[in-house]
Design a protein around this ligand. Structure first.
Ligand code: UT7
Length: 325
């Protein structure tokens, strides 16, 4: 009999320090960086974000989100045989944040590794976990998106520092006789490396290059709108579904205007889109599982519904996963 994978629990975690736009505007003004609540809301839809404390690392957020997902699924950490963490802000150069999470959860023995696809990381990680479950390489997986983007922001660059936040989201994905994940579609185009990157790296005990985020926002915006529509249509076609079948679109939360444009192209009302960018900002690989968990815990996203998850980000990477919850 064919094996499928299915999400059996979701969880998330936001660090307690919440900055409204007004709080951030006031902090930035101290160092002479001018921005405003009006500009941020009008151009992005963001009203607030959370920033982790200095002594908190990516695996702390990931572990907290994973514990919530395990509890929701009713699964014991010791039964997890695969942990994938999607992140661009890992605790260390190596080992992987997933190995650190595995230890913090007390879930030894299974496979654990990180996926680096920036804001598409969660859909990449979910697709890999699904494939491993389908082939029998894993039975119960934790798929986590966790980021501390506040560590790589240039707080002198108003075009980027107002956009991002910290947080983590997680799902438990289990083997199932009935299909949960129906189709995935992943892509990358490395010629666009320069439009969204953190170009520095560690070399000989020093940072070579600039270790802060650089983004050509307009170039990213234009590419994002096109590829998100393509990825959504590709997964629908693979699964033999149409956009009318979608109960919830849960896109990467970067900018409300990108989400509105994607919804319009797919002929979906914004009532069918889970929006958390207003409260979380852009949390990169964490944004989709954070939004999913927010939708589930608000009682909007329910078992049996058809969900379209889609991400886009640095690389340039993009992709979508269509699933029955
Ligand atoms: O997570 C990965 C995916 N990332 C994304 O999807 C991000 C995609 N890009 C975007 O969301 C948008 O391009 C931004 C939100 C980054 C920028 O919005 P925009 O409408 O493309 O603005 P813009 O870059 O065209 O800038 C318009 C103006 C400029 O001033 P001038 O040249 O018209 O005088 C900027 O200097 O807004 C100015 N500006 C700001 N003003 C106040 C840029 N940032 C700010 C700011 N506060 N924070």
């Amino acid at each position: 009999m064919r094996r499928y994978s299915r999400i059996t629990g979701t969880g998330s975690y936001l660090p307690p320090r919440r900055l409204s736009n007004a709080d951030l505007v006031a902090e930035l003004a101290v160092s002479g960086v001018e921005t405003s609540d009006d500009w941020i809301v009008e151009r992005t839809g963001i009203r607030a974000r959370h920033f982790a404390a200095v002594d908190v690392v990516c695996s702390d957020l990931a572990t907290a989100a994973a514990k919530n997902a395990l509890q929701a699924a009713g699964v014991d950490a010791r039964d997890i045989d695969l942990i994938i963490v999607a992140t661009s802000t890992p605790d260390m150069v190596f080992p992987s944040t997933a190995c650190i999470v595995q230890h913090k959860l007390g879930a030894p023995g299974g496979a654990a590794f990180d996926v680096q696809a920036v804001c598409s990381g969660f859909v990449y990680a979910l697709t890999i976990a699904d494939a491993m479950i389908q082939t029998g390489a894993a039975n119960k997986a934790l798929v986590i998106g966790s980021e501390i983007f506040s560590r790589i922001l240039d707080f002198k660059d108003r075009t980027t520092c107002v956009l991002f936040g910290d947080g983590a989201g997680a799902v438990v994905l289990e083997a199932s006789k009935t299909p949960g994940i129906l189709a995935s579609d992943l892509h990358a185009d490395g010629k666009h490396v320069g439009i969204l990157c953190v170009p520095g790296h560690v070399s000989g005990g020093h940072i070579t290059g600039d270790p802060l985020l650089k983004m050509d926002g307009q170039a990213v915006f234009k590419l994002a709108v096109g590829v998100l529509e393509d990825a959504a249509r590709a997964t629908l076609e693979k699964a033999g579904k149409t956009q009318a079948d979608i109960d919830w679109l849960i896109p990467h939360q970067a900018n409300i205007r990108i989400m509105q444009s994607t919804a319009k192209k797919l002929k979906l009302s914004m009532d069918k889109v889970i929006v958390t960018v207003d409260q979380h900002g852009n949390t990169s690989a964490a944004s989709i599982p954070l939004a999913l968990d927010a939708g589930v815990r608000a009682g909007k996203v329910k078992p049996g519904q058809l969900l379209m998850l889609e991400g886009v980000g640095g690389g340039f990477t993009w992709g979508a996963v269509l699933l029955n919850l």
